[in-house]
Design a binder for this molecule. Structure first.
Ligand code: AMP
Length: 283
């Protein structure tokens, strides 16, 4: 498997790929890879002759310096995991920040029709400017035909779609379903930082989402939200940051149910000092 640290080397290789009329898929990641990431890579391998997996902990999307410092960096085991795919179509781009950013390592400012102000945007200031900056830079470096993002970060997925629209990239964005542990906890690079006690408690998050989905069939969004908040208020190990039922397209909190709209429940929870997010389709 080819591993590139420098964009100029990666681009030289990709030029040859393009000469053969092959398509390039991109899977951006921050490493500490798990089966959720691999599911994106596998989907990309079905669609493309070459798949670039970027592994880069992007400093500009962290609003909390402790979180950035503690974020797992496991390049050796990430490469071993990708090598298990035994697929020569996978190429890794694992750069330093200076290779991804020209000059200063700072975010650009974007407007995404308000998508960036909801949920994660409210609780993680500057997060989506950082995400969009790195994704835009990666798109310009790799020039993929298709790029793959997980529904685990559903708000990010919608913002990337908007980024493509407003920046005029000719890239198809593919959303991929959430992979879960057998007890329902959404796979995440952060799960490895959970204490045993918090790990045991955290499947409660998906249980609440599933219960909320059932309740949403007969109750108002307000009633469902109040119920979820109460359930967490009584929880000894998990602290709810937000639970929101929102329109899938606008990400605005629901006002009145309309059968024509698609809704999703979004949640962020602290398990000790580890922040976990998840979401579920409601209708
Ligand atoms: P990250 O390394 O956390 O930035 O994630 C890289 C990509 O993998 C993002 O598009 C995520 O949404 C996606 N991803 C992370 N966890 C999962 C999961 N459990 N299931 C599916 N996709 C995921």
């Amino acid at each position: 498997m080819r591993v590139y640290k420098l964009k100029q080397d990666l681009q030289a290789h990709l030029e040859n790929v393009l000469k053969k009329q092959n398509t390039i898929g991109l899977v951006p990641t921050m490493g500490a890879l798990h089966q959720g990431h691999l599911s994106l890579v596998n989907t990309a391998l079905i669609d493309n002759e070459v798949v670039v997996v970027s592994i880069f902990v992007n400093p500009t999307q962290f609003n909390n310096q402790n979180d950035l410092r503690n974020y797992p960096r496991t390049l050796d085991s990430d490469l071993k995991l990708l090598a298990t795919l035994k697929n020569s179509k996978v190429i890794v781009y694992a750069p330093e920040a200076s290779d991804v950013y020209q000059g200063k390592i700072i975010s650009q400012s974007f407007g995404f029709d308000g998508l960036e102000h909801e949920m994660e945007g409210e609780f993680r200031e500057g997060h989506f400017n950082g995400v969009a900056t790195v994704v835009k830079n990666l798109f310009e470096i790799v020039k993929p035909h298709k790029a793959y993002f997980g529904e685990k970060d559903f708000q990010q997925l919608q913002i990337v779609r908007k980024l493509v629209e407003i920046s005029g990239f000719n890239i198809t964005i593919i959303g991929c379903p959430i992979l879960r542990e057998s007890d329902g906890l959404a796979m995440s690079s952060r799960n490895g930082r959970l204490t045993q006690e918090h790990r045991k408690a955290s499947p409660f998050i998906y249980e609440m989402l599933k219960a909320a989905k059932v309740k949403f069939g007969t109750k108002s969004a307000n009633e469902v939200s109040e119920w979820v908040k109460n359930e967490f208020a009584n929880h000894k190990l998990l602290a709810l940051e937000y639970f929101t039922i929102a329109n899938e397209t606008t990400l605005k909190p629901i006002k009145r149910k309309n059968k024509q709209n698609k809704y999703r429940a979004f949640i962020a929870v602290f398990a000790g000092d580890v922040r976990l997010i998840d979401n579920i389709e409601l209708n």
